[in-house]
Design a protein around this ligand. Structure first.
Ligand code: ADQ
Length: 457
């Protein structure tokens, strides 16, 4: 059996026996726990020079981290990855900004990852790379003579070619991505957009049946596929139900009114928070029957706060929250609670279970695991309602949610009213439909299908 080597921008700090964070970290850890293997990435530390830093072992997993120099961090991470690629991948081209030097820094750090990883590799290792920070890593490894199977899973959306082409280095990026053996996407929309670019603009030719996803390009065979990431449904429900967690959530709830609408996001402009706040204001204006009874709680810890666009969205939201509360609050009622910090999963999951509705309305999202966690946390007898953006990857599977367009404030306001007035039978039916799909597309299945396809391709 070949060893699994996972490479991601960050290696999550893990200790043996400790509960781990959600999302990518949980998926990666699961994959590694099953087979054993190596997890390689940046330590999160910025030091004088970029250098290999530490290796330590937790059970069957070896964690290997590297440090980044200030210039590398600025150009690769803060610059090209988060200020050019991230907005373009999320269709926010007006927010992106391109500097050739930052793109060169991105390439330089991908090369550095490859040089630091190569001595650790064995000939039959399978290498699974994660996300938009490392689009060029396979090409860097190939240049060093690495012939192992290398796959990339993109956690973000992949946009339509016309949007991707707004990045001046788009052709070079696509050529580098074609150095992978397998490219995995969250949804058919992302996968088709990538294929469309390669077939129409990069000289690729489809191989085999039209839907096989295999493309011949630059003399190599590249396979593409759709692997929707999921959650551990039973684990989420168990966390939501643990008595001590529940007590904590009930205490939190005691400060709120009868009806709780919850949103949980990283503070990121792709998550549509400003539009959501405005939609909530419209809901309060148009459905006064809920006044005095409803609380909208937005949990959004700052992220990437050393980037200007992120500082701006933070300022905007603070102003909006103040304005909306100023307009509607009463001495005994504050309609909007804006919590600018993260919460541990053992607080978050029971809070999901307590909320009558969850508003997940990104302008674009690769998947959005909050939507799936919310559904998994519900009591099947008395579930809450998921209001979901049609532009979240999760909407491709969770068609039984109340789907909304995040640019349509009136539509979102109506959906809030509908969620709070929905008969319990309808809620149960919708919940059951979503659970059936989520059980089929669990985190285990995502990991097993990707690794099997990469190994057996
Ligand atoms: P993210 O953009 O970070 O991830 P998301 O999928 O919503 O977004 O969340 C990932 C995890 O972070 C979830 O487990 C969630 O519980 C946790 N989380 C989010 N906000 C939190 C908060 N305020 N407090 C505490 N925990 C919070 C990227 C892509 C997504 C894709 C994931 C996984 O942008 O589209 O779903 O990777 O592939």
């Amino acid at each position: 059996m070949s060893r699994l080597v996972v490479v991601s921008n960050r290696v999550a700090p893990i200790q043996e026996g400790e509960a781990t964070a959600g999302g990518l970290a949980a998926g990666v850890l699961d994959a590694l726990k099953g087979k054993g293997g190596l997890w390689f990435g940046w330590s999160g530390e910025v030091t004088e020079t970029s250098e290999p830093r530490a290796e330590h072992t937790v059970g069957p997993i070896t964690l290997y981290t590297i440090n980044l120099a200030r210039k590398d961090y600025d150009q690769y991470y803060r610059g090209f990855a988060n200020d050019t690629l991230w907005p373009a991948l999320h269709y926010q081209i007006g927010l992106g900004h391109f500097e050739e030097a930052e793109f060169q820094g991105y390439r330089r750090v991908n090369d550095f990852f490859a040089r630091a990883l190569k001595p650790l590799l064995r000939p039959d290792d399978t290498i699974w790379v994660h996300d938009y920070q490392l689009l060029c890593l396979a090409e860097s490894l190939r240049a060093l003579g690495v012939t192992n199977r290398i796959g990339l899973f993109l956690h973000t959306p992949f946009p339509a070619p016309g949007v991707f082409m707004t990045i001046p280095s788009h052709a070079e990026l696509i050529r580098a991505m074609c150095g992978y053996d397998l490219l995995g996407f969250q949804t058919d929309i992302d996968c088709t957009a990538f294929q469309d670019y390669v077939l129409r603009f990069a000289g690729g030719e489809a191989v085999g049946e039209a839907l096989s996803g295999a493309i011949k390009v630059n003399g190599r065979l590249v396979r593409t596929g759709v692997y929707p990431i999921g959650v551990h449904v039973d684990e989420v429900r168990a966390q939501a139900e643990t008595p001590v967690n529940r007590r904590q959530a009930t205490r939190l709830r005691a400060y709120l009114m009868d009806r709780l609408i919850l949103s949980v996001d990283r503070l990121d402009y792709s998550k549509g928070l400003r539009q959501r706040f405005v939609a909530f204001e419209r809901f309060l204006a148009e459905f006064p029957a809920h006044h005095g009874l409803v609380t909208f709680m937005q949990i959004a810890p700052p992220s990437r706060s050393d980037i200007e666009t992120y500082q701006r969205i933070r300022r905007e939201l603070e102003a909006e929250a103040g304005r909306i509360n100023g307009r509607f609050a009463e001495v005994d009622w504050v309609p909007l609670r804006y919590l600018n910090r993260g919460f541990a999963r053992n607080v978050l999951m029971p809070l999901y279970a307590e909320a009558q509705a969850c508003l997940v309305t990104p302008l674009r999202d690769g998947m959005n695991l909050v939507a799936k966690e919310y559904v998994a946390a519900q009591d099947p007898e008395e579930p809450g309602v998921l209001i979901l953006s049609e532009f979240a990857g999760a909407a491709r599977e969770l068609q039984a949610a109340l789907l909304v367009n995040p640019y349509d404030e009136a539509g979102m306001a109506r959906a809030m009213d509908r969620a709070l007035s929905m008969p319990v039978e309808e809620k149960r039916e919708r919940h059951q439909d979503m659970m059936t799909i989520m059980r089929a597309n669990s985190l285990e299945r995502w990991r097993d299908r990707f690794v099997a396809d990469l190994e057996n391709g």
